[in-house]
Ligand binder design. Structure first.
Ligand code: MN
Length: 737
């Protein structure tokens, strides 16, 4: 905030306080900018905080309550409303004392309870790990959790006071961790909402703690430079002031040394000439009106030669956090390169305190001035994601405070691994998305999830702050129904790939079994057979592909046998073209009282009777006798027709000698070894597999059709029963035709 002389303090050096702010001092500070502030409520909060923290002590030996009081004091520097000041006083009570949210709501009202609860939630993050890659995510998380921007302001003030007193912390490794976290998370957050003064102080305190040698080196060089150039700074300031005075443009000028931390960061990127003032100092020219900015710029460029690539206009093109200023570097007085920043008073204030600049009196109320925020900042309609856009939603200041939500990351959800790694996901993401965000191996083997310690279905949508533990299987496998259980493209494509891969593997496995079986039937062993040539002959790029095609049912195993052993062609052709029972031999197998010698007789295609089936003959004049099973569906249509119905039976010959082919369709589980198991069932029941085909495949099940040569229906019935008894078989039916 402006000092008595209208100048602004430099990035402050922490004032050494022997004591903390007294109750009346705090109240006075608030009333200095908001005379209507609820004095009684502030007093009550002050007393409540000191009573609750009681005899707790800080590392410094100070009473603990000195901390929340100082935090409230920092917040008054930003002229925040009484609710925020009170939240500062109470910010550690829920976490560190027996105070509850309900009690705070009862004593201080719901809005303040909400602020305190928000800060408490953020404080829990401080126990997290320190992986660097988490920093950016953690920032977003904090923003997402700070539904009300005041929560973030209290948190930043809390951190600032902790940094000011960090030297009292007894553990060096904790001091370093906190300092690094401040550099990586809190200082950038403060800058994100335009609070440059806060950000600079946080950085310089943390820099000295985290990198003491580097900080000392930078300070030493700056001191040396100051000694050598000190007069130059004053002279340049003077020259600039005179130039503007004679042009009749009223300005306020001050030189500001760049922060040690930002110099150090620059040093890491490029070799900065310490003697080069432009890298060390910025001269601020603060004018009275917007249009004066460009007149001032014109004057600067007229007077001194500019360094073209060093010019930036953040007035017509503000930074995302709302920062506005013109930056230009010129070969200034005495032939020294200097950076000159031109801005209005309003822009200057905003550059220092950012979003906090918009708390002020308006319409006889103290609060957030949305309109001024809009005027002073970016065009909200363009800066979709900027904080200032949010200002547009509030009609007056009270209303804005209701809606002052940092919704920059509302389409995100942030969840944690059990080890505290923060995972950034789109809203609506599920544990499967989370698993893939952690690692593709975790996603590929994911079979379940525990959310906040409780096992939850994979369709559960994750909430901000959830801790998610993924339950993994030993082997990668797609999750059934994954399409509706995934939100991220990464998870979807990975699951799709997994499914394809698994299907491919199964096709290959099944195809190999089918080929092995067919070869065996014709006296060959797969183990002794080289199929490379057969694959080429069948236009398959590899034996694997060949198996896959057979498994998928697009290639018959018999064709593979013929390709491998061309001599088998004739025999295979004959056998596979065999009808369920040789229709020409019906006379030999069927007998009945009404049979007339000389009339042709054959088995119906629709039901393909085999010995043992109960059968009936339909004799139609001119067409001969057609033999159906008694349960054939076609019979109904023939009833009452011209045909004469004949009771038929099988001959001894049929029962003893005729082999018949029965067809079974089985729906089996998609699991390893299922085909070998079915083949065993069939052979144990004296059946002989002539042909196997896959006809239909789903994710978890597939349909197989077996043509089995059996002596009679009884054996076929045994095979059916045995198949149905198997756990891997969902359904098994005899099919006709
Ligand atoms: Mn605290």
């Amino acid at each position: 905030m402006p000092g008595a002389d209208g100048s602004r303090p430099e990035a402050a050096v922490a004032p050494k306080r022997a004591r903390y702010l007294r109750q009346f001092e705090l109240v006075e500070r608030v009333r200095s900018y908001d005379p209507d502030a609820d004095e009684a409520l502030i007093n009550r909060a002050y007393v409540y905080a000191t009573a609750k923290h009681g005899s707790q002590k800080r590392h410094s030996g100070d009473p603990y309550f000195a901390h929340p009081i100082e935090v409230a004091g920092i917040l008054t520097e930003y002229r925040l409303d009484a609710s925020t000041i009170i939240a500062g006083l109470l910010h550690d009570t829920i976490e560190d004392t027996d105070a509850t949210r309900d009690e705070i709501a009862r004593l201080f009202g719901e809005p303040i309870a909400e602020l305190v609860e928000g800060v408490t939630k953020l404080s829990k993050l401080e126990a997290l790990g320190e992986q660097e890659k988490q920093a950016a995510n953690l920032q977003k998380f904090i923003l997402a959790m700070s539904k009300d921007v005041r929560v973030l302001l209290v948190k930043l003030a809390d951190r600032l006071h902790n940094m000011r007193t960090i030297r009292h912390h007894p553990k060096p490794e904790s001091r370093r961790r906190i300092a690094l976290e401040t550099l990586e998370i809190y200082a950038p957050l403060a800058r994100r909402i335009g609070m440059d003064r806060m950000s600079s102080e946080l950085e310089d305190l943390a820099f000295a703690e985290a990198f003491p040698e580097a900080a000392a080196a930078v300070h030493a060089r700056l001191e040396a430079l100051n000694a050598a150039r000190g007069d130059a700074v004053a002279r340049i300031t003077q020259t600039i002031a005179e130039t503007f005075e004679s042009a009749g443009i009223p300005v306020r000028i001050y030189g500001r040394r760049k922060q040690p931390y930002s110099i150090w960061r620059k040093l890491q990127r490029k070799s900065v000439q310490f003697s080069d003032l432009a890298d060390i100092f910025a001269f601020r020219v603060v004018v009275q009106a917007d249009d004066a900015c460009y007149r001032a710029l014109g004057l600067v460029h007229q007077t001194w030669r500019c360094v073209p690539e060093q010019f930036e206009d953040f007035i017509s093109n503000p930074k995302p956090n709302g920062y506005q200023s013109i930056h230009t570097t010129v070969i200034g007085p005495g032939n020294v390169r200097v950076e000159i920043q031109i801005r209005t008073e309003e822009m200057d204030e905003f550059a220092e305190v950012g979003v906090a600049a918009h708390w002020r009196y308006k319409n006889e109320r103290y609060g957030f001035d949305a309109e001024r925020a809009r005027l002073g900042g970016v065009d909200p309609r363009e800066a979709v994601r900027s904080l200032l856009e949010i200002a547009e939603h509030g009609g007056d200041s009270e209303e804005f405070l209701e809606h002052a939500k940092l919704d920059l990351y509302q389409d995100h959800v942030f969840a944690f691994t059990p080890k505290g790694l923060l995972i950034d996901l789109p809203m609506g993401a599920t544990p499967l998305d989370f698993a893939y965000a952690v690692h593709s191996d975790v996603g590929d083997t994911c079979v379940g999830a525990r959310i906040n310690g409780e096992e939850k279905p994979l369709r559960t949508q994750l909430q901000n702050g959830d801790t998610v533990e993924i339950i993994c299987a030993d082997e990668p496998a797609p999750v059934p129904g994954w399409a509706s259980l995934t939100k991220t493209g990464r998870a979807k494509s990975a699951q799709r790939r997994l499914e394809r891969q698994q299907r491919q593997e199964e096709f290959v496995r099944l195809g190999r079994d089918l080929v092995a079986h067919a070869l065996h039937r014709y006296g060959h062993d797969l183990a002794d057979t080289t199929l490379d040539e057969a694959a080429t002959r069948l236009n398959q790029p590899s034996v694997q592909e060949l198996f896959a095609e057979v498994g998928e049912g697009t290639l018959k195993p018999e064709d593979v046998c013929i390709a491998a052993f061309p001599a088998l062609a004739a025999r295979i052709e004959q056998e596979t073209s065999r009808a369920p029972i040789n229709p020409q031999k019906a006379r030999l197998y069927v007998r009945g009282s009404g049979l007339t010698p000389g009339v042709t007789m054959h088995f119906a295609d629709c039901c393909s009777p085999i010995p043992g089936d109960r059968i009936v003959g339909i004799h139609e004049r001119g067409k001969g006798i057609v033999v159906h099973t008694i349960d054939c569906e076609r019979l109904e249509a023939l009833e009452g027709g011209e045909g004469e119905w004949l009771d038929l039976d099988w001959t001894e010959n049929a029962r003893e000698h005729a082999l018949a082919v029965g067809r079974i369709r089985a729906t089996v589980e998609n699991s390893r070894g299922v085909l070998a198991m079915l083949a065993r069932i069939i052979s144990e029941n004296e059946g002989d597999i002539l042909n196997i085909r896959t006809v239909k495949r789903e994710r978890d099940f597939f349909d197989l059709v077996f043509d089995i040569e059996v002596a009679d229906t009884r054996r076929l019935t045994h095979i059916l029963a045995a198949m149905r008894a198997s756990r891997a078989v969902r359904e098994a039916e005899r099919v006709r035709g």
